[in-house]
Write a protein that binds this ligand. Structure first.
Ligand code: ADP
Ligand code: CDP
Length: 243
């Protein structure tokens, strides 16, 4: 991606929502359409959880988690077509998506110093991007990281729909005829999503829209319709900004 905005602050589109609501896939497609960058903040929390586990530390020990930040050299690209994540030079792009990392991440994300450290990191990544705009998605982007962004969206969908979409993603090649397998994967996925959202909600509120945040509920929308709904909110907000 070429630098298009030398020296200027990019337009920030802040998107929050629960697990499986479509934040990463919808943000990525929207960024592609608008020629914006894309920042997946959950990837950093996942990478830290991976790092803590890889270092043999106890993720329930907040002091150990805080200490692990000293040797956490993190990088992520903003190109929506190629998101590569590294920790201390190791490519962890795939490793941070495993169920083990998903189960470990809430424990590191609740440590206040971790949140402060990563919030500063996200702000500096965006500030030095030299892009016309960046879509930043996570749990506290509309309320903390970029609470003053000109566009702030809460992307939601009913829990059963989110679990079915995530389950379908995990099932991948399994035949639709194997209905019992399909049902049990969706059930397990629903349990994991519910547990992670419950743990994460104790730290930040991403189930209710803060004042001024637009809700896009994709329960009854297909993927393209959801991207269109997000782009409509972005266009309306940026037109208002310029008026
Ligand atoms: N509106 C939608 N209709 C159908 N599938 C969707 C929709 N939005 C997202 N998905 C799919 O749901 C799954 C979960 O989306 P993802 O972007 O990973 O969510 P999140 O980043 O919020 O956890 C993905 O397979 C994605 O393609
Ligand atoms: N801004 C953010 C983003 C993620 N997180 C944490 O990171 C985890 C992984 O985020 P994610 O966005 O990859 O999760 P999914 O919604 O994609 O499943 C969440 O479950 C939170 O614990 C956070 O605390 N704050």
């Amino acid at each position: 991606m070429t630098a298009q905005n030398r020296g200027q602050t990019p337009t920030i589109v802040a998107i929050d929502g629960p697990a499986g609501s479509g934040k990463s896939s919808v943000s990525r497609a929207t960024a592609r359409k608008l020629g914006f960058g894309y920042l997946d903040t959950g990837a950093a929390y996942r990478a830290l959880a991976w790092h803590v586990t890889d270092s043999g530390l106890d993720r329930e020990n907040a002091d150990a988690v805080r200490g692990s930040l000293t040797h956490f050299d993190y990088s992520i690209g903003l190109n929506p077509d190629h998101v590569t994540v590294t920790v201390n030079g190791t490519d962890v792009t795939a490793a941070i998506r495993t169920p083990e990392t998903s189960a470990a991440v809430s424990a590191v994300a609740r440590v206040p110093e971790v949140r402060e450290y990563l919030t500063n990191l996200f702000r500096s990544i965006v500030a030095s991007s030299e892009l016309p705009g960046v879509i930043v998605e996570g749990r506290d982007i509309t309320t903390v990281v970029f609470a003053d962004a000109p566009v702030r969206i809460l992307l939601t969908a009913d829990e059963s729909v989110r679990a079915a979409r995530r389950g379908a993603e995990l099932i991948g090649a399994v035949s639709a005829a194997a209905e019992s397998v399909t049902d049990s994967v969706v059930d397990q996925t629903a349990d994991q999503i519910r547990a992670r959202d419950a743990a994460d909600s104790k730290v930040v509120d991403f189930m209710n829209a803060a004042e001024g945040v637009e809700v896009v509920d994709s329960t009854a929308l297909n993927f393209d319709e959801t991207v269109d709904a997000v782009i409509t909110v972005i266009r309306a907000a940026t037109v208002k900004e310029q008026a």
